[in-house]
Design a protein around this ligand. Structure first.
Ligand code: ATP
Length: 242
């Protein structure tokens, strides 16, 4: 078997006294679309921050594309849970997308023709080319999500990491974004955090359940017991056709 694209080996992490991840092991192969689910405060965002090299594990090891996470970060496109700029700030969609080129060594405001072409391609890919000159403050939740996806794609990454990408959008926009991700998965490895295990099971190839410790399930194995074990009895059960 080839080396995993993301390899988390026996990783433990605490914020001070609070143990958040305990002996977590996870290998994501090239071309996988992995859903990471779990209850609030289960450690999902923390695991993403470790994979992005923003935090260091106290125990265990993480490799991304065979390297330390910080050395691989330019090959990762990241869509955060909340945009890292104020929606009131008068900035155009094109400028937001161009910010994704900063990760590959560009200076803010010094973008060349190749950067602008990459931004146009990325917007085209998420079917948002017509929004390029709009102010981000005027976008709907679903449109903003596409623009953030374009910002993640503009550096031409090998891996796409998304933290609850559809938390603030309606169901139709959510399905559209997942349709796009399924297409992007033909060339990118995707790691996606979600609360909604039933919804994402329709799209992802494998689900990793994180509640301080981690358990993996093939999508076909997910049933009511899996969900109850992870979230307790008080969850809304959503039927899905597996
Ligand atoms: N910077 C921090 N300092 C101290 N504790 C933190 C910090 N960030 C997160 N935590 C704590 O670590 C635990 C895990 O948080 P994390 O954000 O990783 O969970 P999550 O699974 O992403 O949650 P959610 O689904 O609510 O976004 C929580 O108890 C949280 O309060």
């Amino acid at each position: 078997m080839t080396e995993p694209v993301i390899q988390v080996e026996d990783v433990s992490f605490s914020y001070g006294e609070t143990l958040v991840l305990e002996h977590v092991t996870l290998a994501i192969q090239g071309g996988e679309f992995l859903g990471l689910v779990g209850p609030n405060a289960g450690g999902k965002s923390t695991l993403l921050r470790l994979v992005l090299g923003l935090l260091e594990p106290q125990a265990g090891r993480i490799r991304v594309l065979g390297r330390a996470p910080r050395q691989a970060v330019r090959h990762i496109g990241y869509v955060p849970q909340y945009p890292s700029f104020s929606r009131d700030f008068p900035i155009s969609v094109e400028q937001v997308v161009l910010m994704g080129r900063l990760g590959i060594g560009r200076l803010l405001g010094r973008y060349g023709k190749s950067d602008r072409m990459a931004a146009a391609r990325a917007l085209e890919e998420v079917e948002a080319a017509d929004l390029a000159q709009r102010s981000v403050g005027t976008l709907s939740g679903g449109q903003l999500q596409r623009v953030l996806l374009a910002r993640a794609l503009v550096s031409e990454p090998a891996i796409l990491i998304l933290d609850e990408p559809t938390a603030n959008v309606d169901q139709r926009a959510e399905s559209d974004v997942f349709g796009l991700l399924a297409e992007l998965n033909q060339r990118l490895t995707i790691l996606l955090v979600s609360h909604d295990i039933a919804f994402i099971s329709e799209y992802v190839s494998r689900v990793a359940c994180l509640n301080r410790t981690l358990t993996c399930h093939r999508t076909l194995e997910i049933d009511g017991d899996t969900v109850r074990h992870l979230y307790g009895e008080h969850v809304r059960q959503v039927a899905h056709g597996h």
